[in-house]
Design a protein around this ligand. Structure first.
Ligand code: SAM
Length: 267
C-alpha cells in the first residue's frame, strides 16, 4: 500500500502544525538507512514515526528501533503496519519532553530520522545535552535550514551555524527532492550526518557558549564591538588581543575565533 492509501484507510488528515510531510518512496528510506551504516548491533532512535516507512527499513537492519511519535492518531496504523517486527518500540510522546536517560540498551546508539522540521533546533540541542552517548545522528532537514547549519563565515552564517559546527562534525549524506513527500512541501530536503564533537563539549558549556554567541549576533547590522558592549566594558582590548579589527561584523568572524574569544573571557 502507498503512504496515501495507508492514510486513507485510517482516515488520517495530515497536520501541517506537526510538520507532517511523509515520505512516499520506500527506496529513499532504504537509501537513508544504507548510508547511515546501521548494523545489527545498533539501537536506533527515530524522531517522528509518521506511517513508519523509515521505521520499517531501520528495523530490518538494526538490533532495536525506538521510535517517537507525538500524534496518537497514527497508533493503530503503525501497529498494523509494523506488526511483523519484534524489535520496534513505539513511544507516543513529544520527543522534546521525553526522558532520554530512561533509554536502555544503548551500547551502540544512533539517531536516524526524518524529523519534524519545526523543532529542528530544539532536537539538535536536546540530543546533544540529554541523550545517552551516541555515535552519530543522521537527520533530514529543510534544505535551507541545512545550508545555514553548514554555512561558513558570510551571509548565511548565524548562531545556528556556530552551534552545529562547534558541537558536531557535519557531513552531507544526500539531497531529497520535495516530490518524494505527501503532501509535497514548498522546499527540498537534505540529509546530514552529525557526529558529536566530544572535545568541544567538554571544554565549552553549550548554554554559556551559545549565550555569548547570541550576544555577539544580537544586532547583525552593528559591529561585533558594539554587540560586545552589553557584556564587557572594554571590547576594544579583547578584539585587539584576538587580532580582530574594531569594525568587524559578527558574520565574518570564524568559529575558532569565537571559541578563542569565549575562552579568554571565561579565563
Ligand atoms: N518519518 C516519517 C516519514 O519519513 O515519512 C514522518 C516524518 S514527518 C516529517 C515528522 C513526524 O514527526 C510526523 O509524524 C509528526 O507527527 C511527528 N512529530 C511532530 N512533532 C513531534 C514531537 N514533538 N515528538 C515526536 N514526534 C513528532
Amino acid at each position: 500500500m502507498t503512504t496515501s492509501e495507508w492514510l486513507k484507510k485510517y482516515n488520517i488528515k495530515l497536520k501541517k502544525s506537526l510538520g507532517q510531510n511523509f515520505l512516499t518512496v520506500r527506496s529513499i528510506a532504504e537509501e537513508i538507512v544504507t548510508k547511515s551504516l546501521v548494523t545489527f548491533e545498533d539501537t536506533v532512535i527515530e524522531i517522528g514515526s509518521g506511517i513508519g516507512i523509515l521505521t520499517e527499513e531501520l528495523a530490518k537492519r538494526a538490533k532495536n528501533v525506538i521510535s517517537f511519535e507525538i500524534d496518537e492518531r497514527l497508533k493503530p496504523l503503525l501497529i498494523e503496519k509494523l506488526k511483523n517486527y519484534d524489535n520496534i518500540e513505539l513511544i507516543f510522546k513529544d520527543f522534546l519532553k521525553a526522558d532520554l536517560s530512561q533509554i536502555r540498551d544503548y551500547k551502540k546508539l544512533k539517531y536516524v530520522a526524518n524529523i519534524p522540521y519545526y523543532i529542528s533546533s530544539p532536537i539538535l540541542e536536546k540530543i546533544l545535552k540529554e541523550s545517552p552517548n551516541f555515535d552519530y545522528a543522521v537527520l533530514m532537514f529543510q534544505k535551507e535550514f541545512g545550508g545555514r547549519m553548514i554555512a561558513q563565515a558570510g551571509k548565511a552564517y548565524s548562531p545556528l551555524s556556530i552551534f552545529v559546527q562547534t558541537y558536531y562534525d557535519v557531513d552531507k549524506i544526500m539531497d531529497v527532492s520535495k516530490t518524494n513527500f505527501v503532501p509535497i512541501p514548498k522546499v527540498d530536503s537534505v540529509v546530514l550526518k552529525l557526529t558529536p564533537n566530544h572535545k568541544n563539549l567538554e571544554e565549552l558549556d553549550p548554554d554559556k557558549f551559545m549565550k555569548f554567541i547570541h550576544q555577539c549576533f544580537s544586532n547583525r547590522r552593528k559591529t561585533l564591538k558594539n554587540n560586545l558592549k552589553s557584556i564587557i566594558s572594554n571590547p576594544e582590548t579583547l578584539l585587539k588581543e584576538i587580532g580582530l579589527n574594531e569594525l568587524v561584523r559578527p558574520e565574518v568572524v570564524p568559529i575558532e575565533t569565537y571559541i578563542k574569544m569565549y575562552k579568554r573571557l571565561e579565563g
